[in-house]
Ligand binder design. Structure first.
Ligand code: C2O
Ligand code: CU
Length: 478
């Protein structure tokens, strides 16, 4: 399977004969060690939950299991997952599970109406697939996502089998906000017109693994794998580590040639795996979000114990995934333009209008703020399917030209495929694969992939309020 994985990764970025150093250092062989079937019950229900960040309060989260939030599923590469979703949510909530970033069969992708009926309360649905790539993933509801994800209906999926040298620690850091009013102890509206028509509604309580700025112990001078997952419905972060050497070793689950982290954008749904050399005994390092003028400390690390390593920090690359290599010379180019719809312009005008024309009268009837190629998804949910944005030929290579004509950022997610970043007019990025590319305002970027996975696949913004106010579509692979 894997003999040429390194070279395969290379040509995806270069479109030329010479593999960059990046590919040569990636491990070549992917070992499919797992051969087990892992059965996991996921019982979606309302459970009063008291996370440390809720300041002693308990909130009615929607979760997949009793006990700790969130659920974590861990497999070996090669294992088959059998996850049985049982919907015991309140009466008006159908649901489904989307396995974000996993290249899986179309009927396991969890998009209601498009690939499966929504799972009604009292019903269940069994997802069965064998993930083809090791790495850091997550899964989440794809129904009434703004509220269901807002209330916590998500989990983490780790597929082991990509490490080439052992780490001294391996931990998951789930970054997300909560839309709660801490004084009242209540959820705030998950969807606001002002948010949907602009940068999205940001949560009030920021957390890492459910705690505000937690203290996380690390083995001193140890090389630690930190799996950062931004599962926030809205927030775009700029992540940095202060006080320790850190290298990016994977983006959206897929290995990259390790490079030093200075600061990295993390939009909703992005995962970044870091190798971090912990500081010496008793010293601290910090995980910082630099997206706002005043940097925010998200978590701090305290090192303890005797020093694990004395060698210079030079983290080993993870094993490469076997992702098909698009043929850039013969690829079909398709253009997708992401823009604000008319209502967003009305909204912007209303907000700028000092006389205070009320937002409500302009926009209450309007829930369509965003378009792809001039078309908006017709409803907040998926019950009315528009025609596909494009139909791709199975096995052919495609370059998607993603053009953001709006003045807001959009993390663009494509289901069922992992694509290569090719170029951008705004950002320098390393060669990498991704499933969700963050477009800055007015950014034009190109991504490429082989349309090797037959079915109908969503393409949407992962700022959920944008997704649910128009910026959503799908394409077919036949
Ligand atoms: Cu993680 Cu269609 O989304
Ligand atoms: Cu968006």
């Amino acid at each position: 399977v894997a003999a040429a994985a390194g070279a395969t990764v290379a040509r995806a970025f270069e479109g030329a004969n010479e593999p960059p150093a990046y590919a040569q250092r990636l491990g070549l062989a992917v070992s499919m060690d797992g051969d087990k079937t892992i059965a996991v019950p996921l019982i979606a229900a309302e459970r009063p939950t008291s996370l440390p960040c809720f300041a002693g309060r308990s909130l009615p989260l929607w979760t997949f299991a009793d006990g700790a939030w969130p659920s974590v599923i861990r497999l070996d590469l090669g294992d088959r997952l059998e996850a049985t979703l049982d919907n015991r949510l309140p009466d008006d909530q159908s649901t489904s599970i989307h396995w974000h970033g996993i290249r899986l069969p179309n009927d396991q992708d969890g998009v209601p109406y498009l690939v499966q009926p929504p799972v009604q309360p009292g019903e269940s649905f069994r997802y069965v697939f064998t993930p083809p790539d090791a790495g850091t993933y997550f899964f989440h509801t794809h129904c009434n996502t703004v509220e269901q994800l807002g209330r916590g209906l998500e989990g983490i999926l780790i597929i082991d089998g990509d490490t080439t040298e052992p780490y001294d620690a391996d931990m998951i850091l789930l970054l997300r906000d909560w839309m709660i009013d801490l004084d009242a102890g209540e959820f705030m509206p998950f969807y606001t017109l002002r948010g949907a028509g602009r940068a999205g509604t940001y949560g009030r309580v920021r957390s890492v693994n459910g705690a505000i700025n937690p203290e996380i112990p690390l083995p001193s001078a140890g090389d630690c794998r930190l799996r950062l997952i931004n599962s926030d419905p809205t927030r775009i972060m700029q992540i940095a580590i202060d006080g320790a050497d850190a290298a990016v070793i994977a983006i959206d689950g897929i290995a990259v040639q390790p490079f030093a982290l200075s600061v990295a954008y993390m939009g909703p749904a992005t995962r970044i795996d870091l190798a971090v050399r912990a500081p010496g005994e008793g010293r601290m390092a910090r995980l910082i979000d630099r997206a706002s003028d005043t940097p925010v400390e998200l978590a701090h690390f305290v090192a303890s114990g005797s020093a694990r390593r004395t060698s210079a920090f030079d983290p080993a690359p993870l094993r490469a995934s076997c992702i098909p290599n698009p043929d850039l010379n013969n690829a079909v180019r398709l253009r997708f333009v992401f823009n604000a719809g008319e209502a967003a312009q009305l909204l912007a005008a209303a907000l700028d209008d000092a006389t205070g024309t009320t937002l409500g009268s302009l926009c209450l009837s309007q829930r369509i703020f965003w378009t792809i190629n001039g078309r908006a998804w017709p409803e907040r949910d998926h019950s009315r399917l528009p025609p596909p944005l494009a139909v791709l030929k199975r096995g052919h290579s495609y370059v998607f030209e993603l053009e953001n004509k709006s003045s807001f950022m959009h993390p663009i997610h494509i289901h069922g495929h992992t694509f290569s970043f090719i170029r951008s007019n705004k950002q320098r990025r390393p060669a990498h694969h991704t499933d969700t590319l963050l477009l800055l305002p007015q950014e034009n970027a190109e991504v490429a992939f082989v349309a090797d996975n037959p079915g109908v696949w969503m393409l949407h913004c992962h700022v959920i309020e944008h997704q649910e106010s128009g910026m959503m579509g799908y394409f077919g692979v036949v």
